[in-house]
Structures are given as C-alpha cells and as structure tokens.
Ligand binder design. Structure first.
Ligand SMILES: NC(=O)c1ccc[n+]([C@@H]2O[C@H](COP(=O)([O-])OP(=O)(O)OC[C@H]3O[C@@H](n4cnc5c(N)ncnc54)[C@H](O)[C@@H]3O)[C@@H](O)[C@H]2O)c1
Length: 282
C-alpha cells in the first residue's frame, strides 16, 4: 500500500517536471524553441513599414538588431524604439545594390557583435503600369534593389554563417512573384519577386549542408508607406478578394519572420510561406 503511494508520488513529480520542461520550451520570449535571445539580426530596409515591424518583433524576442537602410533618418527612429526595449541596435546607412555598402554593413555588424545569426532581406521597391510603358532604367532599378540586393547581402553574410554552421535567412518576396502581379500591371515587380523565390530555393539547397536555413515570405497587399498612395478603388478590390477581408498589417509579416528566424523552424528550408489572408491558396 505504502509502496503504491510512493510510486504514485514519484509518477506525479515526473509528470510535473515534464510539464514544466514543456512549458519552458514553448514559452515565446524566454524559451529555447522560439527565443531569439542574443541572436544578431540584420534587417535591410528596416527604417519603415514591414522591415520596421520585423526589427521590433525580432528585438522583442531578444535579438540584437542591425538596421540597414538607405534612409538613415527613418532608421534612426527605429533604433530608438529598439533600444527602449533594452536591446542593442545599430544603424548602417547604405544601398543594398552597392557591394561596398553591403560589405560595410557586414563589417560593422561583425565589429559590433562578432557574428550574424539572422539576415532578413526586406528592402524593396515597387513599380506598376503596363509593360509597354516601363522605361528600361526603371526596370533595372527595381531588379537591382529587389534581386541584386538579395544576392549581394547573401554573398557577404553567408561566409560568416558557414564559419559557425548556423544561419537563418528570411527573404521578403511577394504574392506577385507567384501569380504574376495584381490589378495594376506588375510585370517588373512580379518578375523581381519571382526571382527572389527562385533564389531562396537555390540558397536553401546550396547552404543546407552548412545548417543555414533560407525561406521566403510572400505577403499580399500590406498597409505600409509603400502602398499608402495606391488608388483607393484598387485597394478595395484587392481586399474584396482576400477571404480574411482585410489588408495585411506589418505585424502579420513580422510574426512569420520571427518564426522562420527561430530554431522552432530548424527543419524548414526552401519554404515559400504565404502570409496573404487566403488570397492565393496553393
Ligand atoms: N506593402 C506591401 O503590400 C507588400 C506586399 C508584398 C511584399 N512586400 C515587400 O515587403 C518589403 C517591404 O515593403 P514595405 O511595404 O515595408 O516597403 P516600404 O517602401 O514602406 O519600405 C521599404 C524600406 O526599404 C528601404 N530601401 C529601399 N530601397 C533601398 C535600398 N536600395 N537599400 C537599402 N534600403 C532600401 C526604404 O528606405 C524603406 O525603409 C519589400 O521587399 C516589398 O516588396 C510589400
């Protein structure tokens, strides 16, 4: 009888311990699975919009942040928000299409933090209008920022990830890259984001052996400074086609980026993740 009571007590304490371990592993923020504590993350184009939301979200999970943006003023205001959370953060002003700027971004990060765990390729631009009216210079500019920029940052950052056999790359593509754009004539933008999707898969294959994960997020229409001037009728038509009945918010994209940057996504690579309210289901 007494042995039974002792056995039950032992079982009770084992179960309690297992439950406590489970809670520790799953608790967002202070846990192993989703925590980004003391990770170092570079986010390009984090001075506003989706990039800003991603920087704040990664910081809220404990990451130290490098804001890489062509606009030092807006980047500076995000730095203040991150430091207010108690995290370390630096701004590196630069253009992702310029290899020297990108190399400086990496050098400054290594000088400050000694490593790079996470790279979020978010800097981007949009171009709308009929294909026959796109000026060659505009086409080249969009391709340079949206595609060459991702290539250059990956080229400079990946050697540091290979060295440590650890890295998480998250590329911000777009639903346009999957379906050829939307209502406003997006051939150039869609082509650039389709390229980001292909590049994501290629990097995932090539860098998998080094324990580097590379994934992309495809947002649908999201309310940011980029889309603030879209014609109202077009915005409403897009939202009508979204089953969840609203535009995306930067935080919707940021939470997906946090997951993909975490060790909770350790076995996910080459994934093209839809964050689109159900607009495209494939
Ligand atoms: N907003 C949307 O509806 C939407 C939808 C799908 C995908 N996206 C993608 O999400 C990303 C962020 O979009 P957003 O809406 O927040 O845009 P945004 O225009 O509000 O912000 C873009 C940021 O990138 C920076 N930037 C631009 N060119 C740069 C360069 N050459 N070098 C360094 N920084 C540069 C800008 O200064 C700005 O801070 C982009 O890649 C965009 O294509 C946006």
């Amino acid at each position: 009888m007494r042995r039974n009571v002792l056995a039950r007590r032992g079982h009770f304490w084992t179960m309690k311990k297992r439950l406590a371990n489970c809670r520790t592993n799953l608790r967002v923020g202070g846990n192993k699975m989703f925590s980004l504590k003391d990770k170092v993350a570079i986010i390009t184009g984090a001075g506003q919009g989706i990039g800003r939301a991603i920087a704040l979200a990664l910081a809220s999970q404990g990451a130290h942040i490098v804001i890489a943006d062509i606009n030092a003023k807006s980047a500076g205001s995000v730095i203040d928000e991150i430091r207010a959370l108690g995290n370390q953060a630096i701004v590196v002003e630069g253009n992702v299409t310029n290899e020297a700027d990108v190399q400086k971004m990496v050098a400054d990060t290594i000088a400050q933090f000694g490593k790079i765990d996470i790279l979020v390729n978010n800097a981007g631009t949009v171009l709308t209008g009929p294909l026959t009216e796109i000026a060659l210079g505009d086409w080249d500019k969009v391709m340079a920022i949206n595609v060459k920029g991702v290539f250059l940052t990956c080229k400079s950052v990946i050697p540091y990830m290979i060295e440590r056999r650890y890295g998480k790359i998250v590329n911000i593509a777009s639903v346009a890259g999957k379906i050829g754009g939307g209502l406003m004539g997006n051939s150039c933008y869609a082509t650039s984001k389709g390229s980001v999707i292909a590049l994501t898969k290629a990097i995932a294959k090539e860098m998998g052996p080094y324990n580097i994960n590379c994934n992309a997020i495809c947002p649908a229409f999201t309310d940011t400074p980029m889309t603030v001037n879209f014609p109202k009728d077009k915005r409403e038509a897009i939202i009508r086609a979204i089953p969840l009945g609203r535009a995306g918010k930067p935080d919707d994209i940021a939470s997906a980026a946090c997951f993909l940057a975490s060790d909770g996504a350790a076995f996910i690579t080459g994934e093209i993740m839809d964050v689109n309210g159900g607009l495209v289901l494939d």
